[in-house]
Design a protein around this ligand. Structure first.
Ligand code: HEC
Length: 270
């Protein structure tokens, strides 16, 4: 009797000690961060950068045109520095667009591709990478080491930020979750994953830095369009439309909150 009590006590205290140690050093996150630092020196994302550059420069589609006349906000064909200033307002469409949405817009208007076709299979899986994902990886890489500066000078850009903020805090669905339920408090985690608090200026860049990202789980390249879609799924919301206003609004909200931090280029995600 006494023996089993002692055993129980030992087990209890081992668990308590482990829990304490976990809370203090958080080995899972630490190990992963070390691994990521090593991986980033040889980030496989570069493969998609190269592929994206080819897609950007090659004449393709029903109109047999390249994307070299695509205006990402800094003038036709200007890629350097464009990514860190997106989403932004585009006068030609009278609305705010994020990077991938603008690239898709150029594929449709300049090259003659069909939006519906692109939107049918917009996310990477297995060996399949949709063209816009490769192209956005190339475009993002041309903003490496530049400061995030998502503009808010146009009234529609400010309205889009407000809309993004509202969507971020909008609770609904079977669990009555909003984005903020998981990403609006410090120190939240699901399983081994830390959940960044995007309402805080110091953590907001995790919605920008590292994306688009090579995901070690599955070995695929993903853009923020995918990340947003997957979080809506986790929230048990209906999936938003690909390249929709909803996504642009959320990316504007989190992008502006990340302003001033240095963008490191396409990254690595677990
Ligand atoms: C049920 C909890 C949950 C909800 C609700 C949720 N997310 Fe997430 N989110 C996650 C998890 C889990 C991850 C993955 C974290 C990781 O891989 O380290 C994540 C990752 C992210 C990331 C990438 C963070 C990074 O470090 O790269 C962004 C951006 C994001 N979520 C935005 C949103 C937005 C916007 C919403 C609302 C539409 C939302 N999330 C709703 C759980 C959630």
């Amino acid at each position: 009797m006494q023996k089993s009590f002692r055993a129980a006590l030992a087990t209890c205290c081992a668990v308590a000690a482990a829990t304490l140690a976990h809370a203090q050093t958080d080995p899972t996150t630490e190990d992963f961060e070390k691994f990521r630092a090593v991986m980033e020196d040889a980030n496989p994302a570069e493969l998609w950068e190269v592929k994206g550059e080819q897609l950007w420069k090659t004449r393709r589609g029903p109109k047999n045109a390249s994307l070299e006349q695509c205006d990402l906000g800094l003038g036709p064909g200007v890629v350097k520095g464009a990514y860190v200033q997106l989403p932004r307002y585009f006068a030609d469409v009278g609305t705010v667009m994020d990077a991938e949405r603008r690239i898709v817009h150029c594929m449709v208007t300049l090259q003659g591709f069909s939006f519906e076709e692109i939107a049918k299979r917009p996310f990477s899986s297995g060996n399949y990478t949709p063209d816009p994902v490769s192209i956005v990886t190339f475009v993002a890489a041309q903003s490496r080491d530049m400061k995030i500066a998502v503009p808010q000078s146009h009234p529609k850009e400010r309205a889009t930020w407000e809309l993004g903020k509202a969507i971020f805090h909008y609770r609904a669905g079977p669990w009555d979750f909003s984005c903020a339920t998981c990403h609006g408090e410090d120190g939240k985690r699901i399983r081994t994953q830390n959940l960044p608090n995007f309402t805080k200026h110091d953590q907001a860049p995790r919605s920008f830095i590292g994306w688009p990202g090579y995901r070690m789980t599955g070995g695929v390249m993903h853009s923020l369009q995918w990340r947003m879609n997957d979080c809506f799924r986790q929230q048990r919301f209906p999936e938003p439309g690909y390249a929709s206003d909803t996504i642009t609004a959320l990316l504007t909200y989190m992008g502006v909150n990340s302003n001033g931090f240095v963008y490191k280029g396409p990254g690595i995600k677990r």
